[in-house]
Design a protein around this ligand. Structure first.
Ligand SMILES: CC(C)(COP(=O)(O)OP(=O)(O)OC[C@H]1O[C@@H](n2cnc3c(N)ncnc32)[C@H](O)[C@@H]1OP(=O)(O)O)[C@@H](O)C(=O)NCCC(=O)NCCS
Length: 208
């Protein structure tokens, strides 16, 4: 089975210089060490995708009650990722304080041993340039539960939830070499919208 590539701490997002791959490469840029894809697909999902929800049941996240359980799943699932892994309670609270956060946009699944997966979504209202986007902001399932259909059902439920809120396009960001997630999204009809390249700084060193 494929695993995501482990990203070193010095390649965290804020240590790199990012550009769209369609833009010219800056003359003094260091090597590209990360590629980040924005994928999109039209909403609503087709009936055959929605049918994968049969037998699954999700509930909304309860701030202050589910924090530790969500963090445990997040940190186990993203132990290879310097930006998304290693979150502490303060980081989660900080993200929940953003003006767009709504607990009902975070769907969680309770397994036999507690919370074992979640899909945190976000609505970007339509603008003059963009349609209403239903973004999968973070999705993770417990590695002990991987490949049992939970991730797909959570992704479908999250996108369906945002469709009901008015999203006409689903979107998400994923590392180009996160093979499990890329396969899941391709099988759901997502395609590449744009690709960002993360360069080491001009000296070749990651920025501190
Ligand atoms: C991506 C993730 C949520 C999928 O969760 P999951 O519970 O394993 O998902 P499912 O069992 O529903 O699998 C859905 C599809 O994903 C793909 N997939 C999942 N794990 C895979 C693996 N190890 N290798 C290859 N493909 C894989 C397959 O296409 C699979 O469909 P299939 O089983 O019908 O072939 C999970 O791997 C995860 O938490 N990864 C770490 C966090 C992460 O990368 N999140 C996404 C960031 S954008």
């Amino acid at each position: 089975m494929d695993e995501p590539r482990r990203i070193p701490a010095e390649h965290r997002a804020d240590a790199l210089v990012w550009r769209d791959v369609d833009e010219p490469e800056p003359a003094d840029a260091g090597p590209v060490v990360r590629l980040l894809d924005e994928l999109r697909r039209p909403l609503p999902l087709e009936g055959d995708q929605l049918s994968t929800l049969a037998g699954w049941s999700f509930r909304r996240f309860r701030p202050g009650v589910d924090d530790d359980a969500l963090l445990a799943v997040n940190n186990r699932a993203f132990d290879w990722h310097p930006d998304q892994g290693g979150w502490d309670a303060a980081q989660l609270i900080e993200r929940m304080r953003t003006e767009w956060f709504r607990a009902e946009d975070v769907l969680v699944h309770d397994g036999d041993h507690g919370l074992d997966g979640f899909c945190w979504t976000r609505l970007h209202p339509a603008t003059d340039d963009e349609p209403a986007l239903g973004e999968i902001f973070v999705i993770a399932t417990d590695p002990a539960r991987h490949r049992r259909g939970l991730g797909r059902a959570l992704a479908v439920a999250g996108l369906d939830h945002q469709t009901r809120r008015g999203a006409t396009v689903g979107s998400l960001f994923v590392e180009q070499d996160n093979a499990p997630a890329q396969r899941l999204y391709a099988s759901m009809g997502f395609t590449l919208h744009r690709r960002r390249a993360g360069h080491l700084g001009p000296t070749g060193d990651a920025r501190r």
